[in-house]
Write a protein that binds this ligand. Structure first.
Ligand code: APR
Ligand code: ZN
Ligand code: ZN
Length: 375
């Protein structure tokens, strides 16, 4: 009944930076060619949403519909869409996979470039928006905009997943969990018996721990300034804990002592350029690799002495855990269903969409691994 019609629904609108989101009735236009309109059932709240809302993202656009960690059901599809149909369960993807671009054809990366330009400008691939509210056009966000009961995404920006999977859990595979888990498996390619250290034990860092454990790492050392994190971290595989605030030496010195020369793999899951340096310098001479996952504030730069790299340490990073999204997310969902991957344990709170601003507060207070919103 809604096919081809404008849908009116509830959404949390970001009217301007540094202001709370406002629950509004918005209009969502039907999907254009190559697009999919979906009913968002659940969405997580992630730091990138807060970062943009906080006005820290130089590319941030307002007014907009934020959110990028969602799960939903396809309501209708635009012309030419063949890979999904109404009723399919999908996870929107901020890193799409077109399968045709230079990046998609390379096995070395997951950064599809097909719709990068328009996505960065908050628009659909044809350069327009599908959202309006009170006569104003709203921008899309990260190609997902899951803080709305209905949203429109490019066909290449949705992963069709098993209908048996609970959307209130697997929505989290749209960002944080996949990012951390993949960084250990795809980016670092952690080997059996290796010594790993993880800076920041939020959802991303804990997902890294889960990935390190899946790869049979020997030691998984958690580094966090919040002592409370160690208990929960054990559940995800962290075996030892270091609180930098309680040290009278540099973290890297302590880790190098603890590990007889340094770690095989370190992961920065905070977004702080000082801890990025610590993570690199805690790597073992000759082969240690440090992976950056945290997103630092705009304009920040990393530094170290070049000798660190000359003597064999490697600095790298990854986005969305290196997963080629459309083909990998359905497999991650299956792995969760087969109990190879934990997801439920990341859900600290569930709240109605109306309480979205409280979900942001819980995140800022460090009280939630993830809050899942019920749309
Ligand atoms: N040293 C050690 N730990 C720190 C420090 C620090 N200087 N600063 C913060 N932390 C810890 C916090 O105590 C918290 O446990 O880092 C953790 C960050 O966790 P969350 O805030 O829950 O963030 P998360 O959702 O895991 O995302 C981590 O990845 O998405 C990127 O850049 C984004 O900041 C985000 C990061
Ligand atoms: Zn995110
Ligand atoms: Zn591509």
């Amino acid at each position: 009944a809604t096919v081809g019609q404008v849908i009116k629904c509830k959404a949390a609108v970001a009217w301007e930076e540094k202001k709370p989101l406002v629950i509004e009735e918005i209009e969502v236009a039907p999907p254009g060619p190559g697009e999919v309109r979906l009913k968002v059932e659940f969405t997580g709240v992630c730091h990138t949403d807060a970062y943009t809302l906080g006005g820290h993202d130089p590319e941030g656009l307002f007014p907009s519909v934020l959110g990028h960690e969602g799960g939903g059901v396809v309501e209708s599809v635009g012309e030419g869409v063949t890979s999904v149909q109404p009723g399919d369960h999908v996870i929107p993807l901020y890193t799409p996979e077109c399968g045709e671009c230079k990046f998609c054809k390379s096995p070395k990366t997951n950064l599809c470039s097909k719709i990068r330009a328009t996505q960065g400008r908050g628009l659909m691939p044809d350069g327009t928006s599908r959202f309006t509210c009170k006569g104003k056009t709203l921008f899309h966000f990260m190609g997902c905009s899951t803080f709305s009961q209905y949203t429109v995404a490019a066909e290449i920006s949705v992963a069709k997943i098993s209908k048996n999977a609970p959307l209130d859990k697997v929505c989290l595979l749209g960002c944080g969990i996949s990012t951390g888990y993949g960084a250990a498996i795809n980016t670092a390619k952690v080997e059996e018996g290796s010594t790993c250290a993880i800076w920041g034990l939020g959802a991303v860092g804990l997902a890294v721990a889960m990935g390190c454990r899946a790869q049979k790492a020997g030691r998984i050392i958690g580094v966090d300034i919040n002592d409370d994190k160690f208990e929960v971290a054990k559940v995800f595989g962290v075996t030892e804990f270091v609180n930098p605030k309680k040290l009278d030496k540099k973290v890297s010195e302590v880790l190098i002592e603890m590990t007889d020369g340094g770690c095989d793999y370190t992961f920065e899951c905070i977004g702080n350029v000082a801890t990025m340096r610590d993570a690199l310098e805690s790597c073992h001479k000759g082969w240690g690799e440090s992976i950056i996952l945290g997103v630092a504030a705009a304009g920040q730069e990393i530094s170290t002495r070049p000798f660190q790299l000359v003597t064999g340490r490697v600095w790298r990073g990854s986005a969305f855990g290196g997963w080629k999204s459309r083909s990998s997310v359905p497999r991650l969902v299956d792995d969760y269903m087969n109990k190879k991957l934990m997801v439920d344990e990341f859900v600290t709170f569930m709240k109605p969409l109306d309480e979205i601003n409280e979900a942001f507060e819980l995140m800022h207070a460090g009280k939630a691994l993830r809050t899942v919103l019920i749309m």
